[in-house]
Design a protein around this ligand. Structure first.
Ligand code: GLU
Length: 302
């Protein structure tokens, strides 16, 4: 079995990301298995606006004692692999507006909006006419197939797969494509990540199958939220490792808080946690419920 953590280096890891990383590490290492880190840096505009973030993310993981099996893979160095992978797929150019394409492909966290198939059956004359006006994205013809994947907590998750984007209009591979190709090529057998991506799993499972990769098992864990119940974000103060350290919280304290947030024994390092884990440690309801982060109560943490 091989697990992985795949951050996008567009902002510093916050407590919710660190919790997901710890749990992904735990699921992999608990079985004595491999754990990989993959930097999902295809959105170059956002990556460049946050230069140095990938390095900081790796340092944060190291600081908390979350180790990985080398090498760290960067998606921006693997563009050829994604282009090669789609060779056998039935794809078509899509000329729909940028806005629609962005909603479907750019942000893995966006609500899934099924593509209505507007460009699925254009004639070659229509295509050439549209091509004079704008560059097309590339969609896969999925034919509204039904796909089912298995999630450790959610069980069987099924969805109709629409003709989703494989390449954006600027030629950048879309998240779903790059993620599936990398999980396949890296022989990832377990995908543990935030439950905002649960809705992407059937599409990804379907694509993995079409590309001839085994479909991984999924573990979608709950997200961290602020005291208003809104998903934790950069604008929430004191949620990154650097911010918390500046306030006097040690890495050991932070690991302890992450453990407790998931209903696990409070430990000061991932390695220690591994040694004291009870059987069926993932059955704690706290692992699957949103974690309300109260950094204003930092004093109570230490
Ligand atoms: N890169 C995505 C993120 O940072 C995670 C993708 C995944 O784990 O499949 O949210």
């Amino acid at each position: 079995m091989t697990g992985r953590f795949a951050p996008s280096p567009t902002s510093q890891l916050h407590l919710g990301n660190l919790r997901t990383a710890l749990l992904a590490w735990l699921f992999a290492r608990w079985g004595g298995e491999n754990f990989l880190v993959r930097i999902e840096d295809l959105d170059q505009q956002r990556v460049q606006a946050a230069a140095g973030t990938a390095r900081d993310q790796l340092t944060d993981l190291e600081t908390l004692g979350i180790d990985w099996d080398p090498p760290v893979v960067h998606q921006s160095e693997r563009l050829e692999l994604y282009r090669h992978a789609v060779k056998g797929l039935d794809v078509y150019p899509c000329f729909c507006t940028r806005k629609e394409i962005a909603a479907a492909s750019q942000a893995p966290h966006s609500q899934l909006r099924p593509y209505p198939g507007t460009c699925a059956n254009l004639s070659s004359i229509q295509r050439s006419r549209l091509a004079e006006m704008r560059r097309p994205a590339t969609r896969v013809r999925a034919g509204n197939a039904m796909a089912t994947v298995h999630d450790l907590h959610a069980g069987e998750v099924s969805a109709v797969v629409d003709d989703f984007v494989l390449f954006r209009a600027d030629g950048t591979p879309a998240y779903n494509l790059a993620c599936v190709v990398d999980d396949g090529l890296q022989r990832v057998t377990q995908v543990c990540r935030g439950d905002d991506l649960l809705e992407s799993a059937p599409r990804q499972g379907w694509l993995a199958h079409r590309l001839g990769f085994p479909v991984p098992g999924y573990v979608h864990v709950s997200l961290a939220v602020n005291s208003d119940g809104v998903r934790l974000a950069k604008r929430d103060k004191a949620v990154t490792l650097a911010e918390l350290t500046a306030l006097g919280a040690s890495p050991a304290t932070i690991v302890g808080v992450l453990c407790e947030s998931a209903g696990l024994p409070r430990c000061s390092s991932p390695q220690e946690l591994l040694e004291v884990l009870p059987g069926c440690w993932w059955s704690s309801p706290r692992m699957w419920q949103p974690w309300i982060v109260r950094t204003d109560q930092l004093a109570a943490w230490t």
